[in-house]
Design a protein around this ligand. Structure first.
Ligand code: CAA
Length: 257
């Protein structure tokens, strides 16, 4: 039996997804995208889910892009279908109700960078390399890069990166806000464990509501977005979670969520 292209490990409701095509630097072909989509469809149904971490197999790449060999002979219609399928999967990842964090462990190029951009935030090892090199292949980014990159780093920096196709190291990615933290390569796993512990230790409904408020608020005017925050804040007082969190503080103990 062939090895899964998406590996799934779980601890206390935190799922770690590993894109597993290391010989091709985890390049995104249709098969891998299909497996990722099916995995995400299952995760969407999990009410006990706390967070998702996503990374690439091996020590060289997160994802080196969409699969160039697969794309080479596509017609415009086939390219549209390929991008539409991938975009739907990327959106599925982005819209999971829990925090999704990219653990960028090497090359993070083209479709790989676009996948990382769909995550709520990204952390990287110091050997990570980022870029949208598509124009060098005669195309533009097709998995959301022209839209999510400017929203993350601003339009001028996105235009710089996308029109030059230049690659940047982890330090520059940190400086421009493409990633939140950079650690030495050997420490990425322990950072992932620390993040998993922090995310799983907080009130799960509060964490979900925080993601919802931030995501849904982005597309709205400030007044509507603040009203959304107030609604979600108030809703937090409807369940046991807020009672437990605040009682634990008053009683000087750790909350048990
Ligand atoms: N698609 C298909 N195969 C890929 C790949 C990709 N995006 N990236 C790497 N590979 C394969 C290579 O073909 C090679 O396979 P073989 O061993 O069978 O020859 C294997 O992975 C290892 O790669 P290299 O030998 O090239 O490794 P390297 O260390 O010399 O170079 C690299 C690493 C700089 C990342 C280089 O592999 C590279 O430039 N890859 C392509 C990066 C790129 O252009 N990505 C954008 C793709 S287009 C896209 O993503 C469009 C979109 O927005 C949807």
């Amino acid at each position: 039996m062939s090895e899964a292209l998406v590996r799934l490990d779980e601890q206390a409701g935190v799922i770690r997804l590993t894109l597993n095509r290391p010989k091709a630097l985890n390049a995104l072909n249709s098969e891998l995208i299909g497996e990722l989509d099916a995995t995400l469809a299952e995760l969407e149904t999990r009410r006990d889910l706390r967070a998702v971490l996503i990374t690439g197999a091996g020590d060289k790449a997160f994802v080196a892009g969409a699969d160039i060999a697969e794309m080479r002979d596509k017609t415009p219609e086939q390219a549209r279908r390929f991008a539409t399928q991938a975009l739907a999967t990327v959106k599925r990842l982005e819209r999971l109700p829990v925090p999704v964090v990219a653990l960028v462990n090497g090359f993070c190029l083209g479709g790989g960078c676009e996948l990382a951009l769909a995550c709520d935030w990204a952390v990287a090892s110091d050997n990570a390399i980022f870029g949208q090199p598509e124009v060098g292949l005669g195309v533009i980014p097709g998995f959301g890069g022209t839209q999510r990159l400017p929203r993350r780093v601003g339009p001028a920096m996105a235009l710089d990166l996308i029109t030059t196709g230049r690659k940047i190291d982890a330090a520059e990615a940190l400086r421009i806000g493409l990633v939140n933290r950079v650690v030495p390569q050997g420490e990425l796993d322990s950072l992932a464990e620390e993040l998993a512990g922090q995310l799983a230790g907080n009130g799960p409904q509060a964490v979900r509501a925080a993601k919802q408020a931030i995501h849904d608020g982005q597309g709205q005017g400030l007044d509507n977005a603040l009203a959304l925050e107030t609604s979600l804040f108030a809703l937090g007082f409807a369940g046991d979670e807020q009672k437990e969190g605040m009682s634990a503080f008053v009683e000087k103990r750790k909350p048990d969520f």
